[in-house]
Design a protein around this ligand. Sequence first.
Ligand SMILES: O=C(O)CCC(=O)C(=O)O
Ligand SMILES: [Fe+2]
Length: 263
Amino acid sequence: MVRVTDLNHIINEQSYDLLNIDFAVECKKDLDQRGVLTLPNFLNAKTLIELVAEAEDCASQAYYTDSTHNVYLTKIDTNYASDHVINKQLVSSKGCICTDQIPSGSKLEQLYSSSLFKKFIAKVVGEPSLFPYEDPLSSINVHYAGEGQELNWHFDNSEFAITLLLQSPVGGGEFQYIKDFRNSEENEMNFDGVQKLLTASVSPDILTMEPGTLVLFRGRNSIHRVTPTIGDRKRILVVLAYNSEPGIALSESARKTFYGRLC
Ligand SMILES: O=C(O)CCC(=O)C(=O)O
Ligand SMILES: [Fe+2]
């Protein structure tokens, strides 16, 4: 039986019944055990075509940044030598559009604010409820990676990330990761492991995802990167970001760095 919900025209309801508690429990188990959950063909075919066209239309408005960062996304630490892995600077580059640039009425906006979707994600990540960012920029972002652009190795600051891949490049754009590669709660930074990874003597796992896939990823302790795009078709990825409490804005410094503006 297909139930009528506010998401029926957006997601692939033949495969995914977000009202089914057993399904949410299964997803939670998967995320807890593997650190990642992928739901292939989460978007239905019509939605995917629409969202790619919409994202392509908005691409010229994207704010492009080249940034250097360490894998921990922390500032230079003068307690360590400049060639220590904690101070090793990596380059990331991508374009981004923010929530206020998403066309109004977009299915991205509808999905993001759907109470059914929020309740499902909350159950899977183990939060009582989820709230949008207070600032007008940070809740929904669309990332573009053109030829040669990449997101270098890092651990996330946030507890979990929700992404929707809209378009894969011809080559590259591969999501690579190593689960539980540090323990930030215990302040165990795994300098040796990170050093080995950066000198290519450790091989990461690869997360395959096709356009239309919803990914939930716990990246605080699992190092990850997206390899450089090859070819002239951009990698396009949506990030849906929530907070576990209302009224939280992304920090001003992060907004300046990622979006080039505060509002
Ligand atoms: O582009 C992706 O698939 C992952 C993005 C990511 O790791 C991040 O935004 O922190
Ligand atoms: Fe990340």
